[in-house]
Design a protein around this ligand. Structure first.
Ligand SMILES: NC(=O)c1ccc[n+]([C@@H]2O[C@H](COP(=O)([O-])OP(=O)(O)OC[C@H]3O[C@@H](n4cnc5c(N)ncnc54)[C@H](O)[C@@H]3O)[C@@H](O)[C@H]2O)c1
Ligand SMILES: O=C(O)[C@H](O)COP(=O)(O)O
Length: 396
């Protein structure tokens, strides 16, 4: 069976090359089974009904309307942690570069091009760029996930005091965090005491404008704020006011736009957080592997809308059913299978929030018409948004 994949953005070859002879990538004449992308926005784009899965080679999925695609039976994957080191290294470099006024100092030095006595001018004017050391300064990390946690740990090894705020920190991350990272349970406590703040939370309806006027008002004067998460987490009007009144001494952002770019004391980086060869490869390999696993076996790892599920495919065939998490779903599905005299060899049902996913391995080798018939019946159950049949090509 050939799976058709549509890609957007530059996806590293290390990932694309995993899509072997069973796959066709960007075939013009075929409906895609899945989409592999980075930051391309799928909001306001029609989604072909053939698409069963979307893999985001990266962390943020705010470019994908996850809720409405879930209603259409689409599994959405991302690649947690695959680009965390790349972002961490850039955040730490910006922290130091900002403390030492490197951005403005280099801009000034470049302005000397074509003039004479450059060496003398440098020595005469360098006092304008005296900086600070970060040792002993306080860094606030908002969001202790894959990126925030490694930023926090490594900032400690640069002798900074580190405080962090994340009311939803995961158990896995909690194990990795140094006990010297001081956790605060109140964002204002972090805002009021830090010299530097870096934010690493996902953009969602809940976090849009998260750093608002009230948050800026709580900050220490002259704070340096680093945003490698998403521009929309910060209320632009409030930011503009905070830059003008000196609350924010410097705003370093990976997400410049027309308005922000014009403001004084903004350092604008062209969304380079994850742009290293290593990170692009990690993300592409992880995304392609997860997509392949899902298309070939129905198993799920690192979806943002469905639970992980891993059942080895050993029977002649498998039915995968994505459905609402409501009572008696498994009962209705197994009744349907019993009516067609299908024998269930194995079965897993898992839920996540209001959605659930059921894998049923059957002992029967289905003909194409039998498969179409059972899929139609399953999809007619209220609350089922997609059913698939996977024939096990390896089964003897
Ligand atoms: N600039 C880049 O190139 C780049 C690269 C990777 C990720 N990102 C952005 O950074 C974000 C974080 O990435 P990650 O890999 O660390 O994600 P992650 O999912 O591992 O971590 C996010 C953390 O934020 C926490 N969080 C959620 N809501 C919060 C809130 N209201 N207050 C405090 N904490 C909250 C979560 O509990 C979680 O621990 C991504 O969603 C993406 O938008 C940007
Ligand atoms: O969320 C992410 O992973 C980053 O913003 C990286 O985006 P990119 O893949 O477009 O570089």
């Amino acid at each position: 069976m050939t799976h058709h994949i549509k890609t957007y953005n530059q996806i590293a070859n290390a990932g694309l090359s995993l899509l072997d002879e069973q796959y066709k990538v960007n075939a013009a004449d075929a409906d895609p089974d899945a989409i592999l992308l980075r930051s391309h926005s799928l909001h306001n784009e029609p989604l072909p009904s053939s698409v069963q899965a979307i893999a985001r080679a990266g962390a943020g999925t705010n470019n994908i309307p996850v809720e409405s695609f879930t209603e259409q039976g689409v599994v959405v994957f991302n690649t947690p942690g695959a680009n965390a080191n790349a972002v961490k290294e850039l955040v730490l470099s910006c922290l130091i570069a900002s403390a030492r006024n490197l951005f403005s100092a280099i801009t000034w030095t470049n302005s000397l091009k074509g003039s004479t006595n450059v060496a003398q001018q440098v020595e005469a004017n360098k006092k304008a760029f005296i900086g600070n050391e970060i040792r002993g300064k306080k860094l606030g990390v908002i969001g202790l996930g894959n990126i925030g946690s490694v930023v926090a740990n490594d900032a400690l090894s640069l002798d900074m005091d580190v405080v962090a705020y994340d009311p939803f920190v995961s158990v896995d991350v909690a194990w990795m965090i140094s006990r010297n990272v001081q956790r605060v349970h109140n964002l204002e406590e972090l805002l009021a005491t830090c010299d530097y703040i870096t934010i690493h939370v996902p953009l969602s309806e809940k976090t849009t404008g998260f750093i608002d006027e009230k948050a800026f008002k709580a900050m220490k004067k002259g704070i340096q704020f680093i945003n490698f998460a998403r521009g929309e987490l910060v209320d632009e009007q409030a930011l503009e006011a905070a830059l003008k009144d000196g609350t924010v001494g410097k705003y370093i952002t990976d997400f410049p736009n027309d308005r922000i770019f014009e403001l004084e004391n903004v350092v604008a980086i062209p969304h380079l957080g994850a742009s290293t060869l290593e990170s692009e490869e990690n993300c592409a390999v992880m995304a392609a592997t997860q997509l392949k696993n899902f298309l070939e076996t129905g198993n799920i790892r690192n979806a943002v809308n469905l639970p992980n599920i891993d059942l080895p495919l050993t029977s002649p065939g498998r039915l995968t059913i994505m459905h609402k998490n409501v009572p008696n779903m498994v009962g209705q599905i197994s009744t349907l299978l019993a009516e067609r005299a299908f024998n269930i060899a194995d079965m897993v049902n898992r839920s996540r929030g209001s959605w659930a996913y059921t894998l049923i391995d059957i002992d029967n080798k289905l003909t194409d018409p039998e498969a179409v018939d059972i899929l139609n019946r399953l999809q007619n159950i209220e609350g089922v948004v997609r059913a698939r049949h996977i024939a096990n090509g390896w089964h003897k």
